[in-house]
Design a protein around this ligand. Structure first.
Ligand SMILES: Cc1ncc(COP(=O)(O)O)c(C=O)c1O
Length: 440
């Protein structure tokens, strides 16, 4: 090939290359962000989260299973609830002692609203402080038999903000593998190293501490008082012994165990007969039995003072509305004044567990207090059974993958002190019938 033909060919190739570079990618429509930015990064409907939601919905439609989420309850939700104009037996609300609609609790909300108005209109340190906040915190601290307590406006934010503030990059957070998302997010925010140990396995924790304690400054272990997917509880005494030996802190998230476990509702420490000061950080939510909204940390004065002055979710967030604090304060008082509510909850949950086991259902390791799962082993079956039970006027939530591993997809039953044995028998009969219809 001559020199000039070679040069011409090179020039033509170069021009073609340039044209290709200048041409917009035809697989994509123009992006509102301008040329060059892939629309995956500019459109919400191309976000992986939305794609996942679409897939879930399409899967449900293909299988003829309606979306089990966002069912509208038209009144109070206790042992029964109203959905789509019909009264249903309800096993999906954590109003365990029926205090969220107790007349004293409701009246406390009305009184607080009348006295303090609908918002405290400032963060607590800068003009949002009200006597009702102090009364609630005093009552929680006294119930826990610790020096102080502080309440946050959200249970989830309580964990995020407390862990995010207390720990840093030179610290280690160890948690049960089934720990609630709020602890994981708090750990991520803190920059601490995070490791999980197998569920309810103190020996696994001991081994991790033996291997890693010396590499870190502060070490915090986080467990829950009653695991809300499984209804099982840790051996607190064993965890206390291990954390003390390794000079670590222990935090117990009592979202589902406070006002549920123990003869007096004092939570995991009463259930396991462990002094409250053996635990460094008690955490709980006001959204379950406490019939309000928000969370608390209870412990020694220094811990609580530090959180009050510096935890971002407290310092930079509005104070709890009085009409939320009031009902939680009243709920705590009613729990103490009417201990029969706890006794009825314990009795009916124990009956549910015993009857479910007798019928051969897999209830995992549930201890039979307030939370009993029935593991069905597939998300499709769990969603299908929940939908079928609704047609029997029974409301129970399916727990699907990825909230739990696919093979342990389940129906999760929250018991309530007002449930009766007849109702429990009815539910388990209906579940047996529907399960057989689907698997035989
Ligand atoms: C163990 C645990 N911790 C924290 C939270 C967050 O609490 P809240 O829903 O009150 O924000 C929950 C919520 O259910 C929980 O189960």
């Amino acid at each position: 090939m001559s020199q000039s033909r070679e040069t011409l060919k090179q020039r033509l190739l170069q021009q073609a290359r340039q044209r290709r570079q200048d041409r917009p990618d035809e697989s994509q429509t123009p992006s509102p962000a301008g040329p060059g930015v892939d629309e995956r990064f500019t459109r919400f409907d191309r976000h992986p989260g939305y794609q996942q939601l679409k897939m879930m919905r399409e899967g449900g439609q293909r299988l003829g299973i309606p979306d089990p989420f966002f069912k509208v309850h038209e009144g109070t939700a206790g042992a029964t609830t109203t959905i789509a104009g019909r009264e249903r037996l309800n096993f999906a609300s954590y109003n365990y002692l029926s205090l969220a609609h107790h007349p004293r609790v409701v009246q406390a909300g009305i009184d607080a609203l009348n006295r303090y108005g609908s918002s405290v209109s400032a963060s607590r340190p800068v003009s949002g402080e009200r006597p009702i906040h102090q009364a609630l915190e005093r009552s929680l601290a006294d119930t826990y038999e610790v020096e102080e307590a502080v309440v946050f406006v959200s249970g989830h934010a309580t964990n995020v903000s407390t862990l995010g503030y207390l720990l840093g990059p030179k610290d280690l957070l160890l948690h049960d593998e089934y720990i609630h998302n709020s602890t994981v997010v708090g750990a991520q925010l803190s920059g601490a190293r995070r490791m999980s140990f197998s569920h309810n396995d103190p020996e696994a924790l001991d081994a991790l501490l033996a291997r890693h304690r010396h590499q870190f400054e502060r070490v915090l272990v986080v467990i829950e008082g009653l695991y809300s997917m499984d209804g099982d509880a840790p051996d607190l005494g064993r965890f206390v012994e291990i954390k003390s030996r390794h000079q670590a802190w222990l935090m117990v998230d009592e979202a589902h165990s406070f006002a549920v476990l123990g003869e007096r509702g004092l939570g995991l420490r009463e259930h396991c007969n462990v002094p409250s000061t053996d635990v460094d950080i008690w955490m709980g939510t006001l959204s379950k039995t406490m019939s309000g909204c928000g969370g608390y940390i209870a412990g020694c004065r220094e811990l609580i003072e530090m959180l009050r002055y510096f935890a971002p979710g407290f310092l930079y967030s509005v104070g709890m509305p009085a009409q939320v604090a009031g009902p939680s304060l009243a709920a705590l008082a009613v729990m103490k004044d009417e201990p029969e509510r706890l006794h009825r909850l314990h009795a009916i949950s124990g009956y549910f567990l015993e009857q479910a086991k007798a019928r051969g259902f897999d209830v995992g390791d549930s201890i039979g207090v307030a939370v009993v799962p029935i593991i069905v082993g597939s998300s499709v079956l769990a969603a299908g059974l929940s939908d079928a039970l609704l047609s029997h006027d029974i409301n129970v939530q399916p727990i699907l993958h990825p909230a739990v591993p696919e093979k342990s997809a389940r129906l999760r039953f929250f018991l309530n002190c007002d449930h009766t044995r007849l109702q429990v028998d009815h539910v388990l009969n209906a579940l047996e019938t529907e399960w057989q219809a689907r698997t035989q």
